[in-house]
Ligand binder design. Structure first.
Ligand code: KIV
Ligand code: NA
Length: 265
């Protein structure tokens, strides 16, 4: 077995093949996805909401992303692992971005990094790519900018659509190997996908993107409360886990666990 590479990803677009991507934040979960054949695993800074208990991705630190990314790399053998650069670790400029990305590559062992922003991040993307670090870009809704933009559909209206197209071309020109399109109208995502030669990875961006990504706790039903409209829930892990945990608690309180078979003498 060898890991999926960014060249495999480029070849998939040439062949017109679609592919799935999932987030993961720990070794055990990542090993399940790796064994199931998910070609690309994203250590998203959605770890802020989904793993670390923050309200947004904004507080997530590079130390945290390094720790989680290293665990995901250790839990995988075949998947290409992409580490998210957290808020504040690349906005100062290309040199800061290179320093941060280098940590994720050297200390955690990720094979690529992701960062948010189109035109505004193209210099960062260019330096990382020139330095030998594959970059996945992320445009449309960019959650690290929640305090400025909120969580709203992006690219609605002619002006916003033109900006999204400029952003997509900017990250491709800067050398990104793929670009996430988050919460943009399906028709616009389809146009971006036709226009670019690098693959688009949609989340809430319709059916025409080259790849689809979901946050794993959303798609497996572990996230508490409401999940966004674009999520398809493939399991109800919250229900499964809470049922099992209640059964364990009852057994302990009632004295029916452990049994003889669970005991040593
Ligand atoms: O952090 C994350 O999970 C992401 C995906 C939603 C693309 O950036
Ligand atoms: Na992210």
């Amino acid at each position: 077995t060898r890991r999926v590479t960014v060249r495999d990803i480029a070849a998939a677009k040439e062949r017109g093949e679609k592919w799935p991507m999932l987030t993961a934040y720990d070794a055990m979960t990542a090993s399940v996805f790796d064994e199931a054949g998910i070609p690309v695993i994203l250590v998203g800074d959605s770890a802020g909401n989904c793993h670390l208990g923050y309200d947004t991705t904004v507080p997530v630190t590079l130390d945290e992303m390094t720790l989680l990314s290293a665990a995901v790399v250790r839990g995988t053998r075949r998947s290409l692992v992409v580490g998210d650069l957290p808020f504040g670790s690349y906005q100062e400029g290309p040199v800061q971005a290179l320093r941060s990305a280098t940590r994720l590559v050297k200390e955690a062992g990720v094979q690529a990094v992701k960062l948010e922003g189109g035109e505004r991040s193209h210099e960062q993307i260019r330096l990382l790519v020139e330095s030998g670090i594959p970059v996945m870009a992320h445009i449309g809704l960019t959650p690290q900018s929640v305090n400025a933009m909120g969580y709203r559909v992006q690219g609605r209206g002619e002006e916003a659509a033109q900006q999204l197209l400029r952003d997509a071309k900017a990250v491709q020109d800067a050398g990104a190997f793929a670009v996430v399109l988050e919460l943009v109208p399906a028709e616009l995502a389809a146009e971006v996908t036709r226009t670019l030669h690098i693959p688009t990875v949609g989340i809430g961006a319709g059916a025409q993107t080259d790849a689809q990504v979901l946050v794993w706790t959303d798609m497996l039903g572990l996230t508490p409360g409401r999940v966004p409209k674009f999520v398809k829930q493939y399991a109800d892990l919250r229900e499964v886990m809470s049922g099992a945990v209640r059964a364990f608690a009852e057994d302990v309180v009632g004295g029916t666990f452990p049994q003889e078979e669970h005991s040593v003498h």
